[in-house]
Design a binder for this molecule. Sequence first.
Ligand SMILES: [Zn+2]
Length: 148
Amino acid sequence: MTEEKKEEIIKKYCTVCGIENNADSEYCNRCGALLSPETAEKKVDESKIIPRTVELVLGILGGIFGIIGGIVILSVGLYSSTILGYGISAIIASIIGMIGASLVVKYPLRGGIILIISGVWLLLSYSAYNLFGTVLLIAAGLLAIIRK
Ligand SMILES: [Zn+2]
């Protein structure tokens, strides 16, 4: 009697088709579904992951506007090395912002911090031309950090 009870506890039920399986079997005998508890945990984790599409799109757009702004600065400041420096700085900041945006999907905190840093950096690179890109990058960074 006690042995029978032990067996009942040990047996696993398939989450797909519902039949009983032995605890040591990895796949369901009838339908072949994976029985390991790992998959159940993974499914829960995946459902908890927030899609970071908004942050990604905002960050990439911010980067594109930043690069456009940088090119405009470069063309405006052809005869001034200081302004050329600002243009190059704006383009580098924008590229780093886009890298931050692509990181956000897997690492929201790190990606968000990089986005905000790149936004501030872009703002400091001849801000009048980069305001739109700056706003987008910082918004993407803040969303990535705050949204949970
Ligand atoms: Zn099954």
